[in-house]
Design a protein. Structure first.
Length: 94
């Protein structure tokens, strides 16, 4: 199952931050909530543009979807799948 555009639109609506910041869980984040980790191609002092932030968001959301597909029921609706992806993203599980 694929993630709908609704997920991306909702996450992007939270706002774009070109510089790193600390989220409420103490994670260093950038863009649309991407958690900066070693090897992800983002330096903590880097300033990114909207395009790079969108690519990071796409990659993060795809990782979540790939983790969910094997464990969700076959009859899950698109809305339910999207809600699970959003919840995992908002909980920092990406």
């Amino acid at each position: 199952m694929n993630v709908s555009n609704k997920v991306f639109n909702e996450l992007k609506a939270k706002g774009f931050r070109p510089r790193s910041y600390t989220d409420n869980k103490g994670n260093s984040c950038i863009g649309y909530g991407h958690i900066i980790t070693p090897g992800d191609g983002v330096a903590p002092t880097e300033i990114i543009n909207n395009f790079k932030a969108s690519l990071l968001l796409l990659n993060d959301v795809q990782k979540i979807a790939e983790q969910l597909v094997p464990v969700v029921p076959n009859n899950i609706s698109q809305e339910e799948f999207d809600a699970l992806v959003l919840e995992k993203y908002k909980n920092g599980e990406h």
